[in-house]
Design a protein around this ligand. Structure first.
Ligand SMILES: *[C@@H]1O[C@H](CO)[C@@H](O)[C@H](O)[C@H]1NC(C)=O
Length: 485
């Protein structure tokens, strides 16, 4: 009996979820009742959904008990087809925020902390009002950059500021105040709009308080906040990395503003010094936690460098990477030299690549990063390229069919069937590999298209027949041989 009870308890605990499950029958009503609710549209088989599930669960529990409370829900699109098609769901997972029943896309991060942070910003007022000196002190001691509007009367500027806050609430934290005592505390005047950097990012190398001067218009404000919010050297996390401008010089070390602000700023100040010197150049700086960004450190070939010193890499808009080979020096000289060399075009971008195979006689051409441009981006051939991982099961089951396809097309001089191990070679932009295998069709005009068709030989043949720039050119004989087989 005892055993049975504790078993029942365990099952009960395991089943208790704070994520609401919605169906075609109750979706509209439930969503319309909420001021705000986050909905995940998913499919049970989808890998990214499975990865999101524990994070989503954690966020749901936290947000259920936060103030204001924000519900999280999910809809299984393999069962609730009407709802999913009504909201145009075409990929999984799709997340949408519903405000009084009105849907908008969720553009936030997918970690529990990220979801919590994003939804709290969505649920709270677009701009917080600081009514007292205590209010503003509390806000200023937080971890966020603040954009503060000071208005002692209901001016047009105030309306414009609040409107702007509404449109940028995803990205920044807004505060407004009309209290003279608060203005005195801030050292501001009526009509001022001021950015305050969070305490942990303040330094002697730049102002921590930046005043907007210009006409209060959404466009101007947006430009002002964008240009000043990152400062000389921002703190980049997996949740906000997309806000950083490029070319970006990232310094990776044990950045930790929760437990070790002093140690973190010891290194950051050395970087700030260099950043300040180079502040009129087209390069931006950030610090990031080496472990949280271990994939980037790895992608730059920096994993083996000593963990006692920061490691550095520059990334560009085109996706090129420039790792710093020299050791970081405490005087910042090595960093300065490296960035200057980059700016002077003296450094070659880093490519992770296997060596070009010496002989490549198989039907499927083996591509590596070093010959990718020459073969895949050739203007003389149409190329079907498979990005695979050696450990991936779906890739293994595709292999014999892919060989057969390549064999069939081997007589066609205009078409190349190719594959690349995307774990050992860099995938160049604009190709995006999120899962394995990923296939792209790269016609002679070099406008790649993701191949999303079936994975049987016939499916490929039909597709290629339709897409081939010069049609299929398989000599009769080759065709006949095949038929006889
Ligand atoms: C990114 O997030 C970190 C941690 O919350 C914060 O310290 C930093 O200021 C944020 N950076 C930007 C640009 O939002």
């Amino acid at each position: 009996m005892q055993k049975f009870l504790s078993f029942a308890l365990l099952v009960g605990l395991a089943l208790a979820s704070d994520v609401l499950e919605l169906t075609d029958d109750d979706f509209e009503d439930t969503v319309a009742e909420q001021d705000i609710i986050l909905v995940e549209f998913f499919a049970p088989w989808c890998g990214h959904c499975k990865k999101l599930a524990p994070e989503y669960e954690k966020a749901a529990t936290d947000l259920k008990y936060s103030d204001p409370s924000v519900p999280l829900a999910k809809v299984d699109c393999t069962a609730e087809k009407d709802t999913c098609s009504r909201y145009g769901v075409s990929g999984y997972p799709t997340l949408k925020v519903f405000r009084d029943g009105e849907a908008s896309d969720y553009n936030g991060p997918r970690s529990a902390d990220g979801i919590i942070d994003y939804m709290k910003k969505q649920a709270g007022p677009t701009s917080r009002e600081a009514k007292t000196v205590e209010d503003i002190d509390k806000l200023l001691s937080g971890k966020d950059l603040l954009v503060v509007g000071c208005f002692t009367d209901d001016s047009d500027a105030k309306k414009e500021f609040l409107k702007f806050a509404g449109s940028e609430r995803d990205n920044y934290k807004f505060v407004h105040t009309g209290e003279q005592a608060v203005l005195d505390r801030l050292g501001t005047e009526n009509g001022d709009i001021v950015i305050f950097r969070p305490t942990h990012l303040q330094s002697k190398f730049e102002d921590s308080k930046i005043k907007f001067d210009g006409t209060v218009k959404s466009g101007n404000l947006k430009k002002f906040v964008k240009e000043n919010s990152l400062g000389l050297c921002g703190h980049m996390t997996p949740d906000n990395h997309s806000q950083f401008k490029k070319p970006l010089c990232v310094v990776y070390y044990d950045v930790d503003y929760r437990k070790n602000t002093k140690g973190t700023n010891y290194w950051r100040n050395r970087i700030m010094k260099v950043a300040k010197k180079l502040s009129d150049k087209k390069i931006f700086f950030a610090v990031a936690n080496r472990e949280e960004f271990s994939h980037e450190v790895e992608a730059n070939g920096l994993t083996d460098k000593s963990v006692d010193l920061p490691v550095v890499a520059i990334v560009t808009d085109e996706g090129h990477k420039y790792p710093m080979q020299a050791d970081f020096t405490r005087d910042g000289k090595a960093l300065e030299e490296f960035v200057n060399d980059y700016l002077d075009g003296k450094i070659e971008p880093y490519l992770k690549s296997e060596p070009i195979p010496e002989s490549d006689d198989g039907p499927v051409k083996v591509i590596v990063a070093k010959n990718f441009q020459d073969i895949v981006m050739s203007e003389e051939k149409d190329v079907l390229i498979e990005f695979y991982a050696p450990w991936c099961g779906h890739c293994k089951s595709l292999a014999p069919k892919y060989d057969e396809l390549a064999e069939k097309l081997s007589a066609d001089d205009n078409i190349v069937i190719a594959k690349m191990d995307a774990t050992a070679n860099d995938v160049p932009p604009p190709f995006e590999v999120r899962g394995f295998p990923t296939l792209y069709w790269v016609p002679m005009n070099n406008k790649p298209k993701k191949y999303e068709g079936g994975r049987e030989v016939d499916d490929f043949m039909k597709y290629i027949k339709r897409e081939a720039t010069k049609g299929l050119n398989i000599p009769k004989k080759a065709k006949k041989d095949k038929e006889e087989l």
